[in-house]
Design a protein around this ligand. Structure first.
Ligand code: C5P
Length: 232
């Protein structure tokens, strides 16, 4: 069976200090988004990609994947969860998919290896799961969210994982979970957070450190170096 991927690409990338949204910055021969889509489209279990674009997006027509038969675009929302929610609407209403799994993958994670997708698809936790990396640093909890701050305590590193995407959930369940989070006024930054709020415990599937999210200028330097070093 094949699976759809919702790719939220409607962000502006504030932390990148660039006028061009980070998903359209150069990576390898093309852009970050082109690289992400290339990895997804070349995987044999992926039925198609639902790509959520910004309402003012003027870059997509220049993509090497523009017009690809397996990509459907839609206009995303204000927050990432709104964009994902709109993509799920399409799967549910236009394609009639409800009790099927879906993947959600950040446009800004271009170095997603096929092996990681395979590992996520193979996991059988009924509520779904996420790719994540066990923390390697010692983890401190801050006294407050503002900076500068002080250490309140050290958190047991063995309990800490850094969430990545793709994340895999049942379409109908994820729609309900995102709507519930919204109704509670909670701003979720990934799909798992929404599922957790509804009481689910998604599986943690160990991913690949190369699948980091392009966020800061240095991330592009690292991603380019990795691409030149060896194929994914
Ligand atoms: O900003 P952040 O790195 O958390 O964004 C993660 C992903 O979500 C990016 O691919 C970004 O384009 C996307 N996003 C979106 N719609 C928004 C905000 C972010 O599709 N309103």
């Amino acid at each position: 069976a094949c699976i759809w991927v919702v790719v939220p690409a409607a962000g502006v990338g504030k932390r990148m200090q660039s006028n061009t949204p980070k998903q359209y910055l150069p990576l390898g021969a093309n852009t970050v988004l082109d690289c992400t889509l290339g990895q997804l489209l070349s995987h044999n279990k992926i039925a198609g990609v639902l790509l959520g674009l910004g309402s003012e997006d003027s870059y997509w027509p220049d993509s090497i994947w523009f017009g690809h038969e397996k990509i459907k675009t839609f206009v995303g929302g204000v927050e990432r969860a709104d964009t994902v929610r709109l993509g799920l609407d399409y799967l549910s209403n236009q394609l009639g998919l409800k009790n099927d799994f879906v993947l959600v993958h950040d446009a800004a994670r271009p170095l997603i290896a096929h092996q990681s997708i395979d590992d996520l698809l193979a996991n059988t936790n009924p509520c779904g799961g996420i790719l994540a990396i066990p923390a390697k640093d010692t983890i401190k909890q801050s006294l407050e969210t503002s900076k500068p701050s002080c250490v309140e305590k050290t958190i047991d590193r063995n309990l800490i994982w850094q969430a990545q995407t793709p994340q895999k959930f049942m379409i109908k369940t994820l729609i309900d979970a995102i709507d519930y989070a919204k109704s509670q006024g909670v701003e979720v930054t990934d799909e798992s957070s929404a599922m957790e709020l509804s009481g689910y415990q998604p599986a943690l599937i160990e991913g690949d450190t190369r699948n980091f999210k392009i966020t800061l200028p240095i991330d592009l330097v690292i991603a380019n170096a990795l691409l030149m070093h060896e194929p994914l």
